[in-house]
Design a protein around this ligand. Structure first.
Ligand code: PXP
Length: 241
């Protein structure tokens, strides 16, 4: 069955809006797991605008599913990852001014910088993922760097309201390509309760990383229910393999 990793950054965003101690992303992780989340994702940013080291340390202790740490490929972040040992590290690009991650990592351009980082992460048994565009060259480079999985960026798809067919085909073809290379394929960014449905028909996609839509819904219905409802959609519309 396809997996759902719930990104809880925005719980911490709300906390930081008032520099308070609530709401606590650690509580959110527990509630998301109770709702059926198969994993918890957080992005530790250089500017610590939401998640911080305290969150990460506690999450490592209490997450019972899989902890996925999104981070930039910097020496500071690698040091933290090696100490915390999340189950998965997803390398993402990061620009200080961006509101959210803007695109896939340019693995080809940064290959030399990424090589020693990938080796270090893999040597500790952490599974390695790259956030990438649906692009054969980038995916092949991720595999060459020892990736266990890739996360295909669905941002463009989520923005295309009129005719998403071509983008879905592109995602599907690249998911197939990645799977043939032996990679697990996840996708994420901008996925919500409606636009996930066509993606669920792509057999090669085995997991989703979803944040904003679930946290926004949680404001009204509670986090456990918001996660449960997304899981229900995933289970109902997935092709039965
Ligand atoms: N995957 C990656 C790499 C991301 O950076 C984000 C946003 O933090 C997500 C998935 C989740 O995107 P959204 O919050 O739009 O569901």
């Amino acid at each position: 069955m396809k997996k759902l990793s719930v990104n809880i950054d925005h719980i911490a965003t709300l906390r930081q809006a008032r520099r308070e101690e609530i709401p606590d992303p650690v509580h959110a992780a527990v509630l998301a797991e109770l709702g059926g989340a198969d994993g918890i994702t957080v992005h530790l940013r250089k500017d610590r605008r939401h998640i911080n080291e305290r969150d990460l340390e506690l999450l490592r202790k209490i997450v019972k599913t899989e902890l996925n740490l999104e981070m930039a490929a910097t020496s500071e972040m690698v040091k933290i990852a090696l100490e915390i040992k999340p189950d998965i590290v997803t390398l993402v690009p990061e620009r200080p001014e961006e509101v959210t991650t803007e695109g896939g990592l340019n693995i080809k351009r940064n290959y030399r910088v990424l090589e020693p980082i990938a080796q270090k992460i893999k040597s500790t048994g952490i599974r390695l993922s790259f956030f990438t565009e649906a692009d054969q060259e980038q995916i092949a480079m991720a595999q060459k760097l020892g990736a266990d999985l890739i996360e295909i960026n669905t941002n463009l798809y989520s923005k295309e309201k009129k005719n998403p067919t071509n983008i879905i085909s592109r995602i599907s073809e690249h998911a197939q390509f990645a799977k043939e290379l032996g990679l697990l394929v996840h996708c994420g960014h901008g996925i919500n309760y409606q636009n996930i449905i066509p993606l669920l028909r792509i057999n090669e996609i085995s997991g989703f990383s979803i944040g904003f839509a679930i946290i926004a819904r949680a404001v009204y219905v509670g986090l456990t229910k918001a996660v449960y409802e997304m899981k229900e959609i995933i289970n109902r519309y997935s092709n039965k393999e």
